[in-house]
Design a protein. Structure first.
Length: 514
């Protein structure tokens, strides 16, 4: 369940719309639940993010290659993967508000409340005791903290067991015993908990021919599994190796009022890494660290990320963790790293009747490889970046600005070209500069309003550089370049611009930090 939208989150959603990042889908018809469109700035940011991920996989790792599989797959794929039988969420309805919730999320939120309560106690005590404060000792001895922790642990143990046993009645009992109320109606008038399959289906072929029910893929991973041998053989890949893919996935989400955090149509960037049986946990640890560094390289603050190991392992996993980011509404999953064993390939072998074994020349032996998966949500990462970089700054003298301090390599527009006035040949000179830079960088030309207002518009979309063309430019071919974060301006030669912009906006700079 999602807490009431914090002010900053509401502002972020409004900002996304006002500045062309994200619009509700088919808005003129009042939108469609949990479906969104990316606008002119959103798509640039998203494409940059894709490139950052793609290059980090297929450029930095010579043993990782990419594919682009179709969204539609043979329906048996989803039987083999377990999605037809097990891709369910436990649902509960509140009879008064008529709102539907995920029972597990209601309980997870309750657990998070206990954690928050204890953290508050600890923070309060830390302030009181200053440097001498020992948080661990306080945790182990403070009666209020101990009592909260005991309650939390008891709920947690019941919850994990209920999930493990697939015990829907027990999930409801946990909700009732802990007096969890519907945030809308405030009542505890709950229905029973039921399972709900999240896959969308449609029909392929005309009814005259006999249509087949097909599913919109709920994850991109299966397109990789079914192509495992195609890629291995045609690419002469040796284990360990990985296959990366970026693409749309679809889930009929129940809790769907979280902007682009939980969508019904979204995009995943997944990589399946095929390894020798028995080596999967070593590679799982390896990819956990690499993926965390990928996120941290964005510079939003290392403390904003944490690992969260899964309480209940998915049907295919023997180890799983999430990389969570501190959103305005708490720490939330942006990426999953799963050790998927040989579940998928073995299951596809069984259902298709085709061997998916790999012959390992070093071991002189054939086996079904084990798989470590990294699976990141593009939209969630997009949201984490906006949330982590949105700032309202007081500039003094009653002046303020909203600025997106985006990593320059991801910024939708790299440089704004601004003639100081709309006359005296300055627009023509500005156009010349634009023509010089536009082959390498997304530029934006703006001659409307005061220069201050134009700077603010660029700050709001995260443009790292503004180049101003003034009368001096016509005499000595220099311009002022303004840096978004410091707002400092320097006078530089026009020929120096490309290098200055390139240095800090290239994806390479991000990749080098991983
Ligand atoms: N192949 C594994 C897999 O799909 P997952 O944890 O279900 O694992 C991976 O999804 C990532 O996809 C999540 O970490 C999240 O970032 C993203 N994701 C999942 N469901 C989503 C949704 N409804 N809306 C937006 N992103 C979603």
């Amino acid at each position: 369940m999602f807490p009431p939208q914090s002010d900053v989150f509401k502002k972020l959603i409004a900002h996304c719309k006002e500045y062309g990042f994200v619009f509700p889908s088919s808005e003129i018809y009042d939108g469609l639940g949990a479906v969104y469109d990316y606008g002119q700035n959103g798509v640039e940011l998203k494409n940059n993010l894709k490139k950052y991920w793609w290059d980090s996989m297929v450029l930095l790792n010579e043993n990782v290659v990419g594919i682009d599989a179709a969204i539609f797959m043979h329906p048996t794929t989803w039987k083999a993967s377990g999605h037809v039988d097990a891709f369910n969420d436990p649902l509960i309805d509140n009879r008064d508000s008529k709102k539907r919730y995920r029972a597990d999320v209601l309980i997870e939120d309750l657990l998070a409340k206990y954690d928050e309560k204890n953290q508050k106690e600890i923070d309060k005590a830390a302030k009181r005791f200053g440097d001498k404060f020992d948080a661990e000792m306080f945790r182990q001895t403070n009666p209020r903290v101990l009592e909260n922790q005991a309650k939390r642990d008891e709920i947690h143990t019941r919850f994990v067991k209920a999930l493990h046993d697939n015990d829907l009645a027990e999930l409801k009992a946990i909700i009732e015993d802990n007096e969890i109320v519907c945030p809308i109606s405030g009542t505890r008038n709950w229905t029973d908990v039921r399972q709900f399959n999240l896959m969308f289906s449609t029909e392929m072929g005309s009814t005259a021919e006999g249509a087949t029910q097909v599913f919109l893929r709920p994850e991109t991973a299966q397109g990789i599994f079914v192509n495992f041998l195609n890629v291995q053989k045609t690419g002469r890949m040796k284990i360990p190796f990985g296959i990366a893919q970026i693409g749309k996935a679809f889930r009929n989400e129940i809790v769907a009022r979280q902007f682009i955090f939980r969508m019904r149509e979204f995009e995943q960037m997944e990589m399946q890494f095929f390894v020798r049986p028995g080596e999967e946990l070593k590679w799982y640890e390896y990819w956990k660290e690499v993926r965390l560094r990928w996120h941290q390289a964005l510079g939003l603050g290392d403390h904003k990320y944490r690992f969260h190991d899964h309480e209940k392992l998915a049907h295919y996993a023997n180890a799983a963790t999430d990389i969570e980011f501190e959103m305005p509404f708490g720490f939330k999953e942006v990426e999953g790293i799963h050790s998927r064993t040989d579940f998928d390939l073995t299951s596809h072998e069984r259902y298709s009747g085709k061997s998916l074994k790999y012959f390992d020349p070093e071991l002189n032996q054939s086996y079904v490889p084990y798989v470590v998966e990294t699976s990141i949500g593009l939209d969630r990462t997009f949201l984490s970046i906006l949330a982590g970089t949105y700032a309202e700054e007081d500039l003094g003298n009653g002046d303020s600005r909203v600025v997106l301090k985006l990593p320059p390599a991801l910024a939708p527009v790299k440089v704004a070209i601004l003639p100081l006035v709309k006359k005296d040949d300055l627009p023509e000179k500005a156009q010349e500069i634009m023509d010089m830079l536009k082959f390498d960088y997304k530029c934006f030309y703006d001659e409307k309003d005061s220069i201050g207002k134009r700077y603010r518009r660029q700050d709001a979309i995260g443009t790292p550089f503004c180049v101003t063309i003034d009368h001096q430019t016509l005499t000595d071919n220099t311009v002022t370049i303004r840096h978004r974060d410091s707002m400092e301006q320097e006078r530089v030669a026009i020929e120096a611009l490309s290098e200055i912009i390139g240095k800090s906006t290239s994806i390479k700079e991000l990749l080098k930090k991983i």
